[in-house]
Design a protein around this ligand. Structure first.
Ligand SMILES: *[C@@H]1O[C@H](CO)[C@@H](O)[C@H](O)[C@H]1NC(C)=O
Ligand SMILES: *[C@@H]1O[C@H](CO)[C@@H](O)[C@H](O)[C@H]1NC(C)=O
Length: 392
């Protein structure tokens, strides 16, 4: 009996170990770590220098917020995988006019394929739950027109999506109680229906930094920073969470399940921590930003799912590549960069800046840890096989 169970478990583990692709449903993502390359600053490095920086950091998945030709040209032949953005300012036009959508895709995507590896188009950013109702209503048809345009142009392998802020949720604590807000739900459901038909994931911009900044008395900062705490237990699922990002993602899964889309994958299209902020953003420090981004990198390198969706490997694009001093709003907005405008690192999480591309990257040490874990598992399995055999 017991041995039978062990043997079954052993074969199950083999299945999991030797079939790593089984959970990779989001086509627009290689591995687990990506970055947002925002360019709201006139002092950041040129796109070709950015390509050098990304290659040195071994970051392959990149999102931009538009389809700037100088960036698309610089990415030609690099193998870097790019998600381009249709800015919110174009969403109403693309929604109202299928021909304009066709031309936009022709000029901004088709013209650069296949040399520039465009793997996705993000239609608008954080539209739902925002303040422009006309824009919210226009989103679905813009998504459909852009999708139809790719089909008409014979483009394949380009995933259509749109990223949501956490403002689409009514309440996200405990995670399993999360649902879409009234008012958002009516617009969200047909959008999800379409995305589920075309196999696109739910794209979430998730910020433990903001949750902590707005609720410093309710949230332990160590929990938000992936540092050791006793965590929280969801009182409905009894699942244990040791960090806030995992809880935020499972809240999104819970809302999707409530809306009838329990199979849809959540990918994190933005997450990060500001290294400087206003007086009312005291958690925005270089030390906290470093801790969050360092621990996040380790979390992603584990290639694990969340407590509610343990088989859906967590994938995230970090916000952001550079500090962008021309952004408006709170000071934190201008200080999310892993790199300063001159290309030097904002703080050390193992990446080297442009000044110092030869410095050893700790990605290799992260890879080392993963390889070690892998070999330990293999050793554990072979040991249990020999124990089993010796008992037979
Ligand atoms: C997209 O194309 C499909 C099939 O060709 C068509 O049925 C649908 O009406 C089109 N949608 C839009 C929004 O144009
Ligand atoms: C779980 O916690 C929430 C919020 O604290 C509360 O509203 C809810 O009633 C609790 N549910 C159970 C099953 O205890």
């Amino acid at each position: 009996m017991k041995i039978g169970l062990i043997v079954v478990r052993f074969f199950f583990m083999l299945l999991v170990i030797f079939n790593p692709n089984v959970q990779q449903t989001a086509k627009a993502f290689t591995g687990t770590y990506g970055i947002n390359y925002g360019r709201i600053a006139d002092n950041i490095p040129s796109p070709d220098k950015v390509v050098k920086l990304l290659r040195a950091a071994k970051i392959k998945n990149v999102r931009i917020y538009d389809a700037e030709p100088s960036v698309l040209n610089a990415f030609k032949g690099t193998g870097l995988e790019l998600v381009v953005g249709l800015p919110n300012g174009f969403v109403k036009e693309m929604s109202a006019n299928a021909d304009h959508a066709l031309n936009w895709v022709k000029d901004n995507v088709k013209a650069f394929l296949p040399d520039t590896r465009i793997v996705g188009i993000a239609v608008g950013n954080e539209v739902l739950g925002g303040s422009d109702n006309e824009l919210e209503v226009a989103l679905l048809n813009a998504v459909k027109n852009i999708y139809n345009a790719t089909k008409k142009l014979g483009i394949s392998g380009v995933q259509i999506s749109t990223a949501h802020s956490q403002a689409v949720f009514a309440d996200s604590f405990p995670p399993s109680y999360c649902v879409f807000k009234d008012g958002v739900a009516q617009l969200m459901k047909p959008l999800l229906e379409f995305f589920s038909k075309i196999g696109s994931p739910f794209c979430l911009n998730a910020y433990p930094f903001l949750a902590y900044t707005y609720n410093p008395d309710k949230i332990d900062i160590n929990y938000a920073l992936f540092e050791p705490t006793k965590g929280i237990v969801d009182n409905r699922t009894h699942l244990h969470y040791d960090n806030l990002l995992d809880a935020q993602i499972d809240a999104a899964y819970a809302a999707l399940e409530d809306a009838g889309f329990s199979n849809m994958e959540v990918i994190v299209t933005e997450t990060g921590w500001a290294s400087d902020g206003d007086e009312n953003e005291p958690a925005a420090t270089p030390s906290n930003a470093r801790t969050y981004n360092y621990n996040l990198r380790k979390r992603l390198a584990k290639r694990k799912g969340t407590p509610l969706r343990p088989k859906k490997m967590l994938k995230a694009y970090i916000f952001a590549l550079f500090n962008e001093y021309q952004k408006t709003g709170q000071s934190s907005e201008r200080n999310f960069g892993l790199f300063k405008a001159d290309g030097s690192i904002s703080y050390d999480i193992g990446f080297s800046g442009l000044q110092d591309v030869s410095a050893a990257s700790s990605l290799s040490s992260l890879k080392g840890i993963r390889a070690q874990a892998y070999y330990l598992t293999v050793i554990a399995i072979t040991t249990s096989i020999s124990v089993l055999l010796s008992r037979l």
